[in-house]
Design a protein around this ligand. Structure first.
Ligand code: COA
Length: 331
């Protein structure tokens, strides 16, 4: 008798290739900054930005296509697509456009917004459907185009972010490769990192006014976010590791949201994870928000660093504020 498959495996990864690269010295022509300041404070050397030919949906679909190819999966086999993004092409959601671009005609698709924690939140959400046996082939995509919402005159934020998309393909399996997770939110700290809607009241008819307006560029209290990350990320990783029945000494790879090399170093230090087991690509991509974890994972898998059976401890953190950790075995 065939056993019901109520676990999940991560069997494919992919990421989008963006054509336009902005180096730190390019940015020094836009704002008063330098390669030395940016590289020393953040570890970032360059980032990619979307060009006029691309969109959030096109990047996400490119990443999804690559993950399907690695996992030898036909688009019509996909049951569910979760698109983690805070920068959709359409506020009604971009996941359905990604579904159409992929030709994943059977899949239901929706957006999930949790900023830089989005990929981890989406991975854990996907796992719940799979553990219930509702869906067995799921694409989790993290994609963001923060260049659309960056204040390019604010040197404290514009040097940090980049655009990108990464994806992971999940398949139902007997053994569950998601070993443990923990998710958190704290809205009392919401003001530390925002991309807010600014409303303007417009009289409509009689005494009734409606709101028109637009979203304002990203604002951030860098010091507060830094403090939050170096305290909360090690804590939540330890909790997720506890659920997985593991210790930090047993992980093969630490895969953090690529926000700042100093944050990665501080978290690795707190957990006593040696530098050679920390995945870092922010020098080349900057902070790509929900895309950063799946891009770093995809690059490490394709470089042959992350191998089948390796234990990966991932953690996303950012606006909300929100943070989460997921411990999984690759392959
Ligand atoms: N180039 C040159 N100088 C800059 C600069 C830049 N790009 N950005 C800020 N500065 C200046 C400031 O104006 C300030 O100068 P002043 O002392 O004359 O006023 C000085 O550098 C220090 O600024 P400060 O904001 O205190 O720097 P910091 O040491 O806190 O570093 C961050 C700034 C953003 C690198 C750091 O706070 C950080 O990494 N925070 C976390 C951000 C993050 O990861 N966000 C995303 C989470 S998902």
């Amino acid at each position: 008798m065939q056993q019901t498959q109520r676990g999940l495996s991560l069997v494919g990864s992919g990421s989008a290739r963006l054509a336009a690269t902005l180096s730190n010295s390019d940015l020094s022509q836009v704002v008063d900054t330098s390669d030395e300041w940016i590289a020393t404070r953040t570890g970032i050397r360059q980032r990619q930005v979307v060009t006029a030919q691309d969109s959030l949906a096109s990047l996400a679909a490119e990443a999804g296509t690559a993950a399907l190819a690695m996992g030898n999966c036909n688009p019509t086999d996909v049951d569910l697509i979760i698109l983690a993004t805070s920068t959709p092409d359409d506020l009604f959601g971009s996941a359905a456009q990604v579904q159409a671009r992929l030709g994943a005609s059977r899949a239901v698709a929706f957006d999930l917004t949790a900023a830089c924690s989005g990929f981890v939140f989406a991975l854990v959400t996907a796992a719940q459907y799979m553990r219930l046996g509702v869906y067995s082939t799921v694409l989790v995509i993290g994609a963001d185009v923060l260049s659309r919402w960056t204040d390019w005159s604010d040197r404290r934020t514009c040097v940090l972010f980049g655009d990108g998309a990464g994806a992971v393909l999940l398949r139902a399996s007997e053994r569950d490769r998601l070993l443990g997770f923990e998710l958190r939110s704290d809205g009392t700290l919401n003001g530390c990192l925002n991309l807010t809607y600014q409303a303007e009241s417009q009289p409509l008819v009689g005494d009734t006014t409606i709101q028109t307006g637009t979203f304002q560029p990203v604002t951030m209290n860098g010091k507060e976010v830094y403090r939050f990350a170096v305290k909360r990320v090690p804590e939540i990783l330890e909790k997720a590791l506890f659920h997985a029945g593991l210790t930090a000494a047993e992980i093969d790879w630490l895969l953090l949201h690529q926000a700042n090399q100093r944050i990665l170093d501080a978290v690795a230090n707190r957990l006593a994870v040696p530098a050679e087991r920390v995945l870092s690509n922010m020098a080349r991509h900057g902070n790509t928000s929900a895309a950063s974890i799946p891009i770093a994972l995809d690059e490490a898998v394709r470089e042959g660093k992350v191998k089948t059976g390796d234990v990966v401890a991932s953690s996303g953190f950012g606006a909300g504020l929100s943070w989460g950790a997921a411990i999984f075995t690759w392959g």
